[in-house]
Structure formats: structure tokens, C-alpha cells
Design a protein around this ligand. Sequence first.
Ligand SMILES: *Cc1c(COP(=O)(O)O)cnc(C)c1O
Length: 346
Amino acid sequence: MIPLRSNIAGMKGYIPGFQPKEPDYIKLNTNENPYPPSPAVIEAIRAEAGESLRRYPDPSSRLAREEAGRLYGFDPDWIIMANGSDELLNNLIRAFAGEGEEIAYIHPSYSYYATLAEIQGARIRTFGLTPDFRIDGLPERYTGKLFFLTTPNAPLGFSFPLPFIGELATRCDGMLVVDEAYADFADGTALDLVRSHENLVVTRTLSKSYSLAGMRLGLAIARPQVIAALDKIRDHYHLDRLAQVAAVAALHDQEYFRECVRKIRETREWFSTELRAMGYQTIPSEANFVFVSPPDRDGGRIYEGLFGRKILVRYFTDPLLSHGLRISIGSRLEMEATLTALREIG
Ligand SMILES: *Cc1c(COP(=O)(O)O)cnc(C)c1O
């Protein structure tokens, strides 16, 4: 017997979306961006890929934090960079939830929170959604250590209204983590609430809206005391030199970024309208994916049909979600091919 901690031995582990080896799939299953990163990012990585790699990177990612600070309107000591926003979610649990203490999240949302809590030996509580997408059974005070709110929600795509998020923060004894992985595709952001609520953290990722899933870049914005705590427990050289220059260049090239986001939002609205005309139900989305269900509410059948045509989307066997599919928004051409396939499948 290997002497594992019992919570690790009992864990199933998170299963990421399928990443096919063959390049001939239309890949709409992990919410990646169909457009390449900004040319400025590629240039910055090229320029950094040389002799300097012999030296350790800046442990505080200062230039990236300054760039993010200018963009979002916060001092750099309110910002921490991360090796993907997953790193932040992990370190938030490590910083705020001890063994046996409770964290909460909405089901359905991002199930990785549960995996991270299990590693820490924290207890997990989930809240469901009401039919109008509010939290079901939320107590007057939530006394757990962390509440993870994914907004826009994944996999459903709707956003919680800002007043609701502010009220949730005041009802949490612990930290409210607003996971804004998809906020760049939405109309609103909870960033301003960070100033008015000391227990609120917003996490962001460059994986989706900045086309940098392969670079592993995220960031969080919170009070300096919260940022200082997260700084204490992270790996000191968590962001390599290439990631740091990529972050600076990506956040700086707002013109390119805005154009990519605009195209994705436009394609999302067009694709959703086409699907509704085919009798699909869609949830109005503020993200770079849509959750859709076919008239016969058999998501698995459509998933198989698309898979057979080399189109990958995300199907969840969870009974709350098996009536539909989460389809990432790709390029216009990819979505046209998807619509054609869906018409064939019927
Ligand atoms: C993609 C995603 C993340 C992880 O982002 P990375 O920066 O790639 O680690 C976190 N939360 C949600 C809800 C996501 O969809």
C-alpha cells in the first residue's frame, strides 16, 4: 500500500475536455478562441526566446501586473498574475479553506472547484439554480470559507446581475470568488465590486478571450491583503519569461482583442438565432459558447452525430445537463459547418 492521504486516495481527479491528437476536428469542446493570439504576442515571445532564458523570471510579474492595472484601473498591488486562473482557484482554497472547512459553488458550474477542495480536504457544498437562474436555497448568511460564483456561468452562459453579486458578497462570512473566465464576452463585470466589498475576489483568464489557452495565464483582482496572502503561498517563479511577455503584449493590444471579442459575440448571436429557427432551445449567452438543446432533448444523440462528422462539442452526462450540449463559438465557417451537420443529424 502506498501511504497516500485518504482524501487523495478517494479522489477521482478532474477530467479535462478531450484534446484530440489529429488536427482534422472542428474543435468546439473547450471554449478556446478560434482566432490566433495578437501578432504582438508572437513577436514578444520570439524576442524573449533567447539568451535571457538562462535567468530566472521576475518573481512578481511586475510588468504584467502594471499592464493589467492600467487596463482595469487598479494599482498593481491589487493584482496577482497566475499560471492559468486554475492556479488562483487552487491557491484561494489553500489560503482560505483548511481541512474539514467548507467551500461552496453552484451546480452546474465549473466542477474543478470540487477537485481542488478534495485535495485540500475541504468539505463541499453545492447550491442549485432556480428556473430564473438565481441560487436555490441560499441561506441568509453563508458561513463557509469560500463561495465560488462562475459568472457568466459555465456551461449555461447566463450572467448573474451585479446587484445580486454584491448582495451575495454581503451575505458571505468568507470570501466570494467571482470566476469571470468569460466576462470579456459579457456586457458587465464585477470588477468594481472589488472596491466596495473586501471579501470579493475576481479571477480572469487569458485562455479564452485572449486566445492564450496554451500559454497558461490568468489573474486575480482583490484587496492588497488578499493579494499578499495569495503571493505568499504561490510558487515564487510560477510565470516563466515567455508567459510574462505574452501577458504584457496581449493585455496591451486592446484593438486586436476587441475585434476578436466582437467577432465571437456576433457569431454567437447569429448561430443562436439559426439554432432557434431549427427548433433548438438556447439559453441567451454572455460567453464564448452556447448551451443548446435539440427538440428531442437528447444531447447524447447529437453529440455522437457531430463526433462522427469530426465536430467536437461538450456533452455532460449529468441529468441536469444531458438534454443539451455546450458548443464553443468558433469561426463563422466552423459554425456554418456545425449547422450543416446538425441539419443532417436532424
Ligand atoms: C476555462 C476556465 C477556467 C480556467 O482558466 P485557465 O486560465 O485556463 O486555467 C476557470 N474557470 C472557468 C469557469 C473556466 O471556464
